[in-house]
Design a protein around this ligand. Structure first.
Ligand SMILES: *Cc1c(COP(=O)(O)O)cnc(C)c1O
Length: 451
């Protein structure tokens, strides 16, 4: 398969992904089986995931080669720009230097295809014919549909029913890239039928959609399941972001004092931060800030415990910061940040004191997004606005102290498909949610009894 701009591998693209697991001072707690409470045998995952992805999930190798076929697709939009946000600096009157890595350049508009392309490739070479997945607002589904189209794979997406009807544009993107999109719950699966039988008007949830996508993968040998965040191999694939940024910062003759990303499942943050984190582990003084919504504050108010990755309790138990698998966050507009848990690798880095977390209200984030759009031109995704707000907070601290710090944040995606949320923001209709402690306590009480 030849694609335009495929003059590789001599390009600026990284040739390897970076695996932080090789450099952590302590081993990451492994996933465990919910019934036996024993560490999970990775082979058990082969029923729904590609073998090479499982190998990467548990690999301790520091560098893992990126196949040329994957780099050829990356080359459609990578390397992404690293931009100095001079207009934003001026508007803030800060002595800080602010840079952002612009992942909105990918065709689906976010960082997610960095892993979607790799996952599609490894499934294709294993002889898998079709991939299934779930999607909420459609960011992951559209990235997987895009990736599958390059490797001749069928793509089956279960989309949460309310989003299917309320957010048509990403559904159309998926369909243009050849995916089949089904509103969830559906009549196609046993679990979908069961839910519809008891509640025909069920609006759906990510938990239900996951159950449908996993069921299809379990029941069909030619179909595998894919996940767009949380797992170690997803963090690994996203490190192309930080590896490129490292090189680009050097080209600027600069180096970040603070690295910032928004966190839902943790993958775009990990992608930018982990390659830089290896320098901190080697003794360089740097700070890392993960920005989450106050309406879903898993890192700042959750517990570091073993919990299910999904609402329906189908997955292995993962050691992570969690609000409890039964936790249902308020309907904030940063849909990609409404996840009860956090990537085990990001959680562990927080636990070890390598990464700080900050929780932000949605209105201050939309305000930051408005300023960013007015100064740097790009309309960011509502998720991304959390990283921008966190960067602005750091820059304003510098203004007070006179410190000339260098701040780097990840622009995880654009907000062109999220204009409905901006419309509500401009109309003054957005609310801030501060989570009552009782609601957290209630969900945490349902954690499985494993420390
Ligand atoms: C999905 C998404 C996120 C959140 O997911 P992570 O795995 O935490 O990166 C953030 N920003 C954008 C634009 C997204 O699409």
């Amino acid at each position: 398969m030849e694609l335009k701009r495929s003059l590789l591998p001599e390009s600026d693209l990284p040739v390897e992904w970076y695996n932080l697991l090789a450099d952590l001072p302590e081993p990451l707690p492994p996933p465990i089986h919910p019934l036996t409470k024993e560490p999970l045998d990775p082979a058990a995952l082969e029923r729904i995931f590609a073998k090479e992805l499982i190998r990467q999930e548990v690999s301790q190798e520091r560098w893992i080669g990126i196949p040329d076929e994957v780099r050829r697709v990356y080359a459609l939009w990578r390397p992404t720009p690293l931009v100095r946000a001079r207009n934003l600096e001026k508007a803030l009157k800060t002595p800080a230097r602010i840079y952002f890595k612009d992942e909105s350049h990918s065709p689906p508009g976010s960082h997610k295809p960095n892993t979607a392309v790799a996952q599609a490739y490894y499934n294709k070479i294993q002889g898998i014919r079709r991939l299934s997945t779930e999607t909420g607002a459609g960011q992951w589904g559209s990235s997987l549909a895009f990736a599958c189209s390059f490797f001749g794979l069928e793509c089956k997406v279960y989309m949460v029913k309310v989003s299917y009807h309320q957010k048509p544009y990403r559904r159309v993107m998926m369909q243009l890239w050849g995916a089949t999109v089904t509103p969830s719950p559906s009549e196609e699966t046993e679990c979908g039928r069961k839910i519809l039988a008891s509640d025909p008007n069920c609006p759906g949830s990510l938990g239900i959609a996951i159950s449908e996508a996993v069921e299809v993968a379990l029941k069909n040998d030619d179909t595998n399941y894919t996940l767009g965040s949380v797992l170690n191999h997803v963090m690994l694939h996203q490190t192309v972001i930080g590896l490129e940024a490292e090189k680009q910062m050097k080209e600027f003759g600069d180096w970040p004092d603070v690295v910032i990303g928004c966190v839902g499942g943790g993958s775009n943050f990990a992608g930018l931060a982990f390659p830089f984190l290896r320098h901190k582990l080697a003794g360089k003084e740097m700070r890392f800030v993960a920005a989450e919504p106050k309406a879903c504050p898993s890192l700042t108010r959750g517990m570091y415990r073993y919990d299910f990755g999904d609402t329906s309790m189908l997955t292995p138990l993962l050691k992570m910061h969690t609000l409890g698998h039964s936790f249902v966050p308020a309907g904030i507009h940063a849909g990609g940040l409404r996840y009860h848990g956090m990537a085990p690798m990001v959680s562990f880095a927080v636990k070890l004191g390598l990464v700080e977390a900050v929780a932000l209200h949605q209105r201050e984030c939309f305000e930051a997004a408005r300023l960013f759009a007015a100064t740097e031109g790009i309309i960011p995704a509502p998720e991304t606005s959390h990283a921008i707000r966190a960067a602005i907070i750091e820059a304003l601290k510098c203004k007070e102290t006179g410190e000339e710090k260098c701040i780097l944040f990840n622009l995880s995606g654009h907000g062109i498909c999220d204009l409905g949320a901006y419309e509500r923001y401009l109309a003054g209709e957005l609310e801030d949610y501060e989570l009552p402690q009782e609601q957290i306590d209630q969900a945490l009480a349902e954690l499985p009894a494993v420390e």
